[in-house]
Design a protein around this ligand. Sequence first.
Ligand SMILES: [Zn+2]
Length: 250
Amino acid sequence: MRLTVIGCSGSFPGPDSPASCYLLEADGFRLLLDLGNGAVGALQRHTGLGDIDAVCLSHLHADHCLDLCPFWVSRMFGPSGPLRRIPVYGPEGTARRMAQAYGLEEHPGMAQAFDFVTLTPGSREIGPFGVTVAHMNHPVETFGFRVGQGGRSMAYSADTGECPALVDPARGADLLLCEASFLSAPGLVPDLHLTAGQAVAHAAAAGVGALLLTHLVPWNDRARILEEATEVPFGPPVSLAAQGLVADLD
Ligand SMILES: [Zn+2]
């Protein structure tokens, strides 16, 4: 399984990265986790837009889903006509929200291009991947993911405040891709996002093999994020996501 970071900027695109989007590839199958604003541009450096087989949206905040709009255009109106319909997994209401975002009537909305599937907690197969989803701790319905293939696995926090439910799907994963939106400070808003130190604490509780911090907000200093992470005891490697970073889990 190969993970490519398409976008890791938190809350809005930064100068060096789109908002959240991660490409997972195995056995020729390409799965996107999130499709935040700006991601469709950078995605084309790594794969053709027609080569994506499925999309999972963790939640319907703009920085995680809005580029489904340009992605829809690319799959509907290309020179060779509409491309094959692919599944888009997301929270309740995803089809309606994305139709609204593009100014489409709710029916058919984007249904000619996408087979919208409502996520619920539990496990399912998506192509060659075993995917387990669980609710995270965020102001709107938000899912975290564990994706396994060929005996290897990665987990993705999506957006979350402190959340014991993140630990379970991440338990023993080879890699945890975890948000670290906040720098530590007094009076942080609860149940919204994590600091790097909190991300490390979740990674340690889950016993993951490596931690990749993501959803890095452009106004935060990257060196300080890493410094805060290293203040919490944790043996495995910790690093910061960057656009174009590739991790091979095999
Ligand atoms: Zn969010």
